[in-house]
Design a protein around this ligand. Structure first.
Ligand code: ATP
Length: 266
């Protein structure tokens, strides 16, 4: 897609990875539960304080797992991380000007699972110009996050605005079984995840529907052919999560050498 960086690889075309997920799925089929953690690259020309062209992503992938259980794990993971920071780094948080008390509710878990449809209604009732099928902009996510004292899941987005590998909601084929975690205080999306489509034929159709080259994804399809199991996973944006926890003004403050559209060095 246009979000990828193209590189020449010994007379072949190659692309810097925007996620380790597809390989993570292969790992999960072999080992059950795995994670990848590495740099990822996005060529989208986003300005603003939440996007870099290179960032790190923690990506768990879990076999024998449906989306609801993955949401439970994401909630516990985030609550645990924040609890550890509060226990070990309260002093540093105060140096950064971050009020630790604002993080406290997150340690209790119990995050609202707000259906996409309801999030759209919430925004419309607040007078925002948005309709079913639109993706949320930063101000929309900001408004939603202000309604909660802890992160909130927005669940089950329309298939038209999410990637091809997600599993359709059996109760509503216009939606995927997916969720984004929206951080409080206007920090926006910090996690994105879904159940993965496990059926060979359906996945093939979704790859074709996304106008991707089937040959490039044959190995990924083959994972379904040779004994796939239900599985789910998610990606945590490392610097975005740090930016929220530390209440930083800009994502570039969460990494030593930020790469942005107008900054490559150092
Ligand atoms: P957005 O809509 O905010 O651009 P996305 O939907 O493209 O994000 P995913 O592909 O779901 O994001 O990636 C998983 C996570 O990686 C996001 O929740 C976010 O925390 C992080 N992330 C995505 N793009 C960037 C970026 N350009 N810079 C820093 N972090 C990012």
């Amino acid at each position: 897609t246009t979000q990828l960086f193209h590189v020449e690889y010994f007379n072949n075309d190659a692309y810097l990875s925007q996620s380790g997920q597809l390989y993570g799925e292969a790992g999960a089929m072999a080992y059950g539960k795995i994670f990848t953690f590495g740099p990822t690259f996005r060529a989208e020309e986003s300005k603003g304080r939440r996007h870099m062209t290179e960032f790190w992503m923690m990506e768990p992938e879990m076999a024998w797992m449906h989306q609801d259980e993955s949401l439970d794990i994401q909630e516990r993971y985030l609550a645990y991380m924040v609890k550890q920071v509060l226990e070990n780094n309260e002093y540093e948080l105060r140096i950064l000007g971050r009020d630790p008390e604002k993080l406290r509710p997150t340690t209790e878990g119990n995050f609202t699972r707000l259906p996409y449809d309801d999030a759209i209604k919430m925004l419309q009732e607040a007078g925002r110009d948005i309709k079913w099928g639109d993706d949320f902009g930063a101000p929309d996510e900001g408004y939603i996050s202000e309604q909660f004292d802890r992160p909130v899941f927005i669940v089950n987005y329309p298939t038209t605005i999410k990637p091809f590998y997600m599993k359709k909601n059996p109760d509503n084929p216009k939606e995927y079984l997916c969720a984004d975690v929206i951080a409080p205080e206007g920090y926006g999306e910090i996690f994105g995840g879904s159940e993965r489509e496990g059926n060979y034929e359906i996945l093939k159709k979704q790859i074709e529907g996304a106008r991707l080259n089937l040959e490039d994804y044959q190995w990924y399809l083959d994972l379904r052919k040779f004994g796939g199991v239900p599985h789910s996973g998610f990606g945590m944006g490392f610097e975005r999560t740090i930016a929220w926890i530390c209440k930083l003004d800009h994502i570039r403050e969460a990494i030593p050498f930020p790469r942005l559209i107008n900054r490559m060095q150092p």
